[in-house]
Design a binder for this molecule. Structure first.
Ligand SMILES: CC(C)(COP(=O)(O)OP(=O)(O)OC[C@H]1O[C@@H](n2cnc3c(N)ncnc32)[C@H](O)[C@@H]1OP(=O)(O)O)[C@@H](O)C(=O)NCCC(=O)NCCS
Length: 147
């Protein structure tokens, strides 16, 4: 199988958005991922292309206010391709990028799980919030999955 981790380009947004709701079990997720994320954050985001299909993606950015932090907005893996390390490969690439750019922490907020932070992303938008410290070891990036 041909597998490539790369930054989003061209029509990748259109290729992802048509699959998005299916990947979340029919939930309306498209409204949470407007095109601007692919247009303005593509150099800190990744897609996985396998045999001509996009099977996973991560949208992240370097905070422009909290200058030692990076943040992950969205991660999704095709249900048919889950539990095979694609999610890990995306996270590790983003941690490596954050480390290379001198960031010391990465934040993320999950929709599912205990509603630890009520209204974190607005009314009714409860989240489980994660924060991971970045160390020099993260610069090495992903291991076994390779490029
Ligand atoms: C969460 C998600 C991105 C993980 O991607 P994945 O490619 O299946 O994950 P991996 O195969 O790389 O798994 C990495 C590790 O995380 C664990 N893991 C994966 N999904 C998990 C989940 N939903 N809950 C808890 N642990 C999980 C795996 O068991 C694995 O642990 P291990 O290496 O110790 O065995 C994927 O399941 C997904 O797209 N889910 C729906 C969308 C979502 O919830 N996105 C995140 C919020 S925006």
């Amino acid at each position: 199988m041909m597998r490539e981790f790369r930054n989003p380009v061209g029509d990748d947004y259109d290729r992802v958005i048509v699959q998005l709701d299916d990947w979340w079990g029919g939930r309306n997720m498209q409204v949470r991922l407007p095109r601007l994320w692919f247009d303005h954050f593509s150099d800190t985001s990744f897609v996985v292309e396998e045999d001509g299909a996009i099977t996973a993606f991560l949208i992240g950015f370097l905070s422009s206010v909290h200058r030692n932090e990076a943040y992950i907005h969205f991660v999704g893996v095709d249900p048919k391709r889950r539990d095979q390390g694609l999610g890990r490969g995306l996270y590790e690439r983003f941690f490596a990028l954050a480390a290379e750019r001198g960031r010391q922490a990465v934040g993320d907020a999950f929709m599912d799980g205990l509603p630890v932070h009520t209204g974190f992303h607005g009314p009714g938008e409860d989240r489980v919030v994660f924060r991971r410290k970045i160390s020099s070891r993260d610069v090495q990036g992903p291991g076994q999955l390779g490029p």
